[in-house]
Unconditional design. Structure first.
Length: 201
């Protein structure tokens, strides 16, 4: 009888109703989060490296993945416009609906500014050219008084002026003094011949 009276109490009824509502809300929230985050549903990022974006798009969409081209870089031996890298990387398990960020191979190499390297040491000049972005640098020695002193930069035997722009894939020649001075040859056309019969007096 006391138990029945306890459950008939208005305060107890409201308390039990509140607890039930809270439990229902928690359950509904968990189910919604489970659905929203695709809990337990993962797909693998397909191998799209080397493909054109238009060809890779159906593969990504088939996996319910989104994609976005975010960067480009020039690699000489790769097909222009082909996919170089993806983030997350190929083979990674991700949730459905995830955006895959793509880096493609640029159609043309970046234009780089020629730095002023004249009168630097060969080592300093090479380091500066590498830091600017030049990867193909050939060192050529020419006669000069100071060994390993940079004289100029050339492309196809034409001097490059500091501040000018060239393609990043261009092969540059670093002209460096060898430390040896070329001997100048004096050509003597003729030596006067004097006759013993002639007199200067």
């Amino acid at each position: 009888m006391k138990i029945l009276n306890f459950f008939n109490n208005i305060f107890v009824k409201n308390l039990l109703l509140a607890i039930a509502i809270v439990l229902i809300l928690i359950y509904a929230t968990l189910k919604w989060l489970d659905s929203y985050t695709n809990h337990g549903q993962q797909v693998m990022v397909p191998d799209v490296k080397g493909m054109q974006v238009v060809d890779a798009a159906p593969l990504l969409e088939q996996k319910t993945l989104k994609y976005e081209v975010v960067d480009s870089t020039f690699v000489k031996n790769k097909v222009p416009g082909s996919i170089l890298e993806t983030v997350p990387p190929v083979g990674t398990n991700v949730k459905e609906g995830r955006t895959i960020y793509i880096t493609i191979n640029a159609f043309t190499a970046q234009m780089l500014i020629i730095p002023a390297v004249q009168d630097m040491s060969q080592r300093q000049a090479l380091a500066m050219l590498k830091s600017v972005g030049f990867d193909v640098v050939e060192v050529k020695y020419v006669p000069g008084a100071y060994r390993d002193l940079v004289l100029r930069l050339e492309v196809n035997d034409e001097e490059l002026e500091p501040g000018s722009k060239v393609n990043a894939s261009t092969s540059i020649s670093l002209i460096v003094s060898s430390g040896e001075i070329e001997e100048e040859l004096i050509e003597v056309d003729s030596i006067p011949e004097f006759s013993t019969e002639e007199s200067w007096f």
